[in-house]
Ligand binder design. Structure first.
Ligand code: COA
Length: 413
């Protein structure tokens, strides 16, 4: 049976389907979230003939995003989001149909890449997405010493300023910080002003018992050079203040991040700061004195990437190592990518061309997604995920994909 996927014609039904799937508290702010988050022409639906009458069988949406890549390019990316299938029709192929539709539409729109954050890690690999950026989370105690002797001169010129997230213009300032920081931090997402307004708007349900999110800006010479969003929670232990700070993605150069972190670990009435998302090689751990100098370090997947159009995607980014490898790609959901490619990177730039030469490496397209932002995927040969026919060919490819700096985790979308 073919499953039709069509553009949404009923915003209320789209939203109601999402609310059933995600079982959140429904409030007045939800329509605003939909309006801000998702352009009208980027909402898609499935209605199975024997599916629910009042709701869609499945929905998905696409946020138009831009993302920085290795080599400083900032390119358009389809941000897959709002994916949901009505519980009555799950495991009947609705998601599969929506994924095929998404990949075809993305390619037709001339975009080479799709990105997402996964609700569960087992869902998207089968559709050719690879986990391209990993994030760490740590707890830092109040007054944690952050040591960086060769940054001190830089940090000395930076001041920090606290702003409510709903202050007019605050989210535009945040967006400007991410835009400025993006080229130096591949994997950073930049999106519309509306997307950042969404990050500054929180519904009463999200806010219950919590402080409205605040932005901390780092400023030098009257200009914003970095930012982080955070909130505080009251806690008292035997009469002593034991509040908790939760901070999101830091953005800006190293000195700005250090100034922001030092401010966060020194907020009055707080005992710990949970820094929720930073790349595994971010200086945070080095500043704190290593993993054991922090509390409760955790890690999980951040951005998943999908190479939608291999020929277009391969030259978009830069490569720190050369390679010349014939790769046989399997791609069940984007068959135009499948087959043998000669992937060449030389002097930083690259070409991908079809070839009849024998395959030196065989891999699924998800492997190229996992390495696309620069993450080291060389271990996937040892892991038995890729197959090699010329010894050393896969290492050559993986070294070309890998960057000296780990990809930056991304804001939720
Ligand atoms: C996840 C979800 C979208 C799957 O939709 P679905 O229509 O049931 O999926 P399909 O029937 O098209 O399944 C496609 C394949 O993915 C697999 N799959 C689906 N959901 C999975 C999950 N949560 N974990 C592991 N595999 C999953 C199916 O087994 C199937 O595998 P196959 O190709 O080997 O047969 C749906 O369960 C849902 O809406 N969940 C709650 C919201 C959510 O998590 N959305 C994702 C947001 S990132």
């Amino acid at each position: 049976m073919t499953i039709d996927v069509r553009p949404s014609e009923d915003a209320a039904r789209f939203l109601a389907t999402d609310q059933l799937v995600w079982f959140g508290e429904v409030g007045d702010a939800d329509e605003e979230h939909l309006r801000l988050g998702l352009p009208l022409d980027q909402r898609f639906t499935v209605d199975l003939p024997d599916g629910p009458d009042d709701l869609h069988s499945g929905i998905y949406g696409v946020r138009p995003l831009e993302m920085s890549l290795p080599g400083r390019a900032v390119v358009p990316v389809a941000g897959l989001t709002w994916v949901g299938v009505h519980p009555d029709v799950r495991r009947r192929g609705v998601l599969g149909a929506m994924m095929t539709d998404h990949l075809e539409r993305t390619r037709e729109a001339g975009l080479a890449l799709s990105a997402l954050h996964a609700s569960e890690p087992a869902i998207y690999g089968r559709f050719g997405y690879g986990n391209a950026a990993v994030q760490l989370q740590v707890h830092l105690g109040r007054g944690t010493t952050l040591t960086a002797p060769h940054l001190e001169d830089d940090v000395a010129g930076i001041t920090t300023h606290l702003v409510d997230s709903n202050t007019p213009g605050a989210t535009d300032r945040l967006r400007a910080c991410f835009t400025d920081a993006a080229p130096d931090a591949p994997g950073t997402i930049v999106a519309s002003a509306d997307f950042f307004r969404l990050h500054g708007s929180e519904s009463p349900a999200e806010l219950r018992d919590k402080e409205r999110r605040r932005f901390l800006f780092a400023r030098r010479d009257g200009h914003d050079v970095g930012a982080v969003a955070f909130r505080r929670e009251h806690a008292w232990n035997d009469g002593r203040p034991a509040g908790k700070v939760t901070a999101g993605l830091l953005c800006g150069g190293a000195a700005a991040r250090l100034a922001l972190l030092r401010r966060l670990v020194d907020l009055d009435l707080m005992a710990t700061t949970r820094v929720e998302a930073f790349a595994p090689d971010d200086p945070v751990l080095a500043w704190a004195g290593g993993p054991r100098a922090t509390g409760d370090i955790k890690t999980w997947d951040s951005t998943w990437m999908r190479v939608v159009d291999l020929a277009a995607a391969w030259p978009l980014r830069a490569y720190e190592d050369d390679c010349d490898v014939v790769v046989e790609v399997t791609d069940r959901h984007a068959p135009w990518n499948a087959g043998r490619w000669r992937l060449v990177a030389s002097g930083g730039s690259a070409t991908a061309s079809r070839t009849d030469a024998p395959a030196e490496v065989r891999l699924d397209t998800a492997v190229l997604g996992a390495g696309y932002l620069g993450r080291n995927v060389v271990n996937l040969l040892r892991a038995g995920v890729v197959q090699e026919h010329r010894p050393g060919a896969y290492a050559e490819l993986a070294r070309a994909l890998r960057t000296a700096r780990e990809p930056e985790p991304s804001l939720g979308f």
